[in-house]
Ligand binder design. Structure first.
Ligand code: PLP
Length: 423
């Protein structure tokens, strides 16, 4: 069995975000449990990034598995156009209870990119249905919202999008607000808004994940959202990464006074078990599509919309998120990261640390080094030590499952300290 998977993989598989000529080797993973991944030779790795922020309650969580297994024997899949079912209805009831209070309606899809794509379509058609031609989207510099065309267009980080840029929708960008730049941004926006051509604004609240966990304060964002809402620009919070407890509250938008018109959810929504996404919105947004005129409806739909198994996984995940056990774990991890941050903050190789909830990032002071090789070197060092972390440029970040033990967390910290010693 040794290395069987990685060899067989090469024959027919094409991996995401991969230049196969430069990176031909894939690691075969054969199982996972809790915070651990096991490769095909039995070596274990702590999943320090929760497999891209999905399995926050641990891999192969028995509580979730049992619920999904029971559902599997009841109803596996059914068309969600003209039909409905218990898991979707129950999920709508439970999710609305924990979402920001202005959210009323849920639209299902399959992944983070489709959830933002739908948010963008909602914003464009919201105005179109009211006879207003607003064709421009507003977004933050360095944002990331996914890899489909609308999502790519609004992403400011799309460094590898060359072949597609001619086909992008019209987007204007503003910088993430700081105390220094926010007045300027607001005054530019006030002018720009006079033209009434901006349909919507999409943003990652508090933390920009793909931009290497860049964090910013709620206050400036709140002022921008407030101004935009007064000018009928639909505000779209992309909480695909930040949702479900990672920032210390259920949603990052809970920490911002002005609530978004639309919220995009995926990743931890189904606790890492199945792909699914939801775009939620306010009654006001929904009402702009509610009409005797068929063409005013939102004619968007995916085959697996509201799959009953994925809805069941999401319901089990929400129950866990609300439990004392998980909430205590979140507090424990926040405190533990704070302590670690203090410990390494003054290290000569550390340019800076930052934290938002259970998301912790450290920037290495590596001005003199070449980035590409070094990133691979860091990654290898982590993996050799049984820790799966994926540095973004010179940023190392931790976003571990809530169920990670103190010992496992210490192992991640020790390995990062080891890296500081070798760079
Ligand atoms: C991952 C991510 C997406 C895209 O989600 P996919 O499921 O990979 O399509 C969109 N927005 C944010 C903030 C993300 O982190």
């Amino acid at each position: 069995m040794a290395k069987n998977l990685s060899e067989r993989d090469k024959k027919h598989l094409w991996h995401p975000l991969t230049q196969h000529k430069l990176h031909p080797e894939m690691l075969g993973i054969s199982s996972a449990k809790g915070s651990l991944l096991f490769d095909e030779e039995g070596k274990q790795y702590i999943d320090g990034i929760s497999s891209w922020y999905t399995c926050m309650y641990g891999h192969c969580n028995d509580f979730i598995l049992e619920r999904v297994y029971a559902q599997m024997q009841q109803l596996d899949q059914v068309v969600f156009s003209g039909f409905t079912h218990e898991p979707a209805v129950e999920l709508s009831e439970e999710l609305i209870k924990i979402l920001p209070r202005n959210q009323e309606k849920l639209f299902f899809s399959d992944n983070g990119s489709t959830s933002t794509e739908i948010g963008i379509k909602m914003a464009l058609q919201y105005h179109y249905n009211q006879g207003n031609k607003r064709n421009v989207l507003l977004a933050f510099e360095d944002g990331f919202h996914g890899d489909t065309f609308g999502a790519m267009s609004v992403s400011g980080l799309s460094v590898y999008n060359g072949p597609f840029e001619d086909f992008f929708i019209d987007v204007e960008r503003i910088p993430v607000p700081t105390k220094e730049n926010v007045e300027n941004t607001l005054s530019l926006l006030k002018n720009r808004l006079k033209e009434n051509t901006i349909a919507g604004f999409i943003y990652e609240p508090l933390v920009q994940g793909a931009a290497a966990m860049k964090m910013y304060e709620a206050e400036g964002l709140n002022r921008i959202l407030n101004l935009l809402q007064r000018h009928e620009v639909l505000t779209i919070a992309d909480e695909v990464m930040t949702g479900f407890g990672k920032t210390g509250t259920y949603f990052a938008s809970d920490q911002i006074e002005t609530k978004p018109d639309v919220i995009c959810l995926s990743k931890a929504l189904t606790a890492g078990l199945m792909p699914m996404a939801i775009t939620s919105c306010t009654q006001k947004v929904y009402d702009a599509f509610y009409s005797k005129d068929l063409a005013k409806g939102l004619f968007h739909g995916h085959t697996y919309t509201a799959n009953p198994l994925a809805c069941t996984a999401a319901l089990a995940g929400i129950e866990l998120l609300k439990s004392n056990e998980i909430q205590n774990n979140i507090r424990r991890i926040i405190a533990s990261h704070k302590k670690f941050g203090k410990e390494i903050e003054q290290h000569p190789k550390v340019a800076g640390i930052r934290q938002c909830g259970v998301i912790f990032a450290v920037d290495l002071d590596l001005k003199m080094e070449r980035y590409g090789n070094l990133r691979d070197k860091l990654f290898r060092h982590f993996m050799d030590n049984g820790v799966f972390l994926r540095p973004l440029g010179n940023t190392i970040y931790i976003l571990a499952p809530y169920v990670i033990t103190d010992r496992q967390m210490d192992k991640i910290y020790t390995t990062i300290k080891g890296v500081l010693a070798i760079v």
